[in-house]
Design a protein around this ligand. Structure first.
Ligand code: NAD
Ligand code: DAU
Length: 357
């Protein structure tokens, strides 16, 4: 058996980070140090089941805090840093881009610089094995037309929203730290994730909550925009593969080969809920309300993930409809989690994003 790994994970209290932390503790026998600022989307309840696990350590802090990160690195001597921490919601970036620059651009740059400084002090074997994995998005590639070929790793960057511009910038910094200083960086660009513990500002959990409550379901524009959906567990498996076998300095696209229009996704959720929990508002499709479109709304994302499939033998395990059915059930079964996340802050967001739409 190989040596136990210690990972410094940033943003591990969020949707994807918490899935990765739970998986790494459960499946890989890893030790985890989770640095998280606990913004509105960071939720300690996501990791409640491992709170008392001796292999799990939580540090409340910011990726832009060099002193704190330096201390964590010296204390724990991680085998890898996996950077999930980010402001992640496109609509919030349209309302106010500043926190996106602070965390996604400046924060990532500070994190890279602090890791580099520490990495340079390591003895050669440890330095060679170390990895910095930066988790990014397909949105950096911009928007596709209906018949365009899917994004590959060499598709030029063309971000359209403040969110994707900030993620594109962070990817460039990660790449530059490899090219300039030799830091062993890996980058992943993934499509839309779904699954348990996603903050309900994003399409799928938002629609589940609205449909359950019998409230209008806001669909931007005509609902024709297309996203490629991947179950969060599949994403985390892919990240683990890249960490293990990815070539340093490379980027890997990750996708579900599961393109759907937003309207198809929303209608499927309505059908699933009508089946599991029939109610006076069924068929819930009647709750769909077409509202003012998102400015600069990317029409379509599609990922060509041939590289990770070929090089690292990764392929998604979940099929979209059954993964979505499982996700709907998770939200129905986790009412305490839902009550907790629908705080005042969440209600304020709904008001500011939807009331005038
Ligand atoms: P999320 O919003 O659910 O979680 C983000 C986490 O980062 C939260 O726990 C938050 O508290 C933490 N955080 C924010 N700012 C921080 C800071 N300055 N310092 C430390 N922690 C901070 O986001 P998510 O959906 O889990 O996304 C995780 C990563 O994956 C992001 O980098 C995102 O760009 C990327 N990504 C997301 C998707 C998706 O569909 N959700 C797809 C591809 C890539
Ligand atoms: O592609 C990966 C990206 O996917 C990640 O990098 C982002 O962090 C993540 O938030 C997600 O971005 P999207 O903008 O695609 O996800 P969102 O859930 O916000 O929206 C999905 C689609 O649904 C999009 O076309 C906009 C539409 N939408 C969204 C909301 C919140 C609606 O029609 N109504 C809504 O109320």
């Amino acid at each position: 058996m190989g040596k136990r790994k210690l990972y410094l994970v940033t943003g591990g209290a969020g949707f994807i980070g918490s899935c990765f932390v739970l998986r790494a503790l459960r499946q890989d026998g890893a030790t985890i140090v989770n640095l998280d600022k606990l913004t509105y989307s960071g939720n300690p309840a996501n990791l409640r089941e491992v709170e008392n696990n001796p292999d799990y350590h939580f540090a409340h802090g910011d990726i832009g805090d060099a002193a704190m990160i330096g201390k964590l690195l010296r204390e724990h001597q991680p085998d890898a840093v996996i950077n999930f921490a980010a402001e992640s919601h496109v609509d919030r970036s349209i309302a106010d881009p500043t926190p996106f620059v602070e965390t996604n651009v400046t924060g990532t740059c500070v994190l890279l610089g602090t890791v580099l400084e520490w990495w340079r002090t390591l003895e050669p074997a440890k330095a060679q094995d170390f990895r910095f994995l930066h988790v990014s998005t397909d949105e950096v590639f911009g928007s596709l037309g209906p018949n365009d070929p899917a994004f590959t790793e060499s598709t030029p960057y063309a971000p359209n929203s403040p969110y994707s511009a900030s993620k594109a910038s962070s990817d460039h910094f990660a790449r530059a730290f490899y090219e300039t200083y030799g830091l062993p960086v890996l980058i992943t660009n993934c499509s839309n994730n779904y699954g348990p513990r996603q903050f309900p500002e994003k399409l799928i959990p938002l629609v589940i909550l609205k449909a359950l409550a019998g409230q209008e379901i806001p669909v931007y524009g005509k609902g024709e925009n297309i996203r490629d959906w991947l179950h969060v567990e599949d994403h985390c498996d892919a990240i683990a593969r890249v960490l293990e076998g990815g070539r340093i300095g490379q980027t890997y696209n990750i996708g579900g080969r599961s393109e759907r229009s937003n309207l198809q996704v929303v209608e499927t959720i309505c059908e699933l809920l009508d089946g599991i929990r029939p109610g006076p508002k069924a068929p819930r499709k009647q709750l769909i309300n077409f509202v003012k479109d998102r400015p600069g709304h990317d029409f379509r994302y599609a990922i060509n993930c041939a590289k990770i499939e070929k090089e690292l033998d990764w392929t998604p395990k979940y099929d979209f409809r059954s993964g979505l059915a499982e996700t709907v059930r998770w939200y129905l079964d986790n009412t305490d989690w839902l009550a907790e996340v629908q705080s005042g802050e969440y209600r304020n967001w709904l008001k500011s994003n939807y009331d005038e739409r």
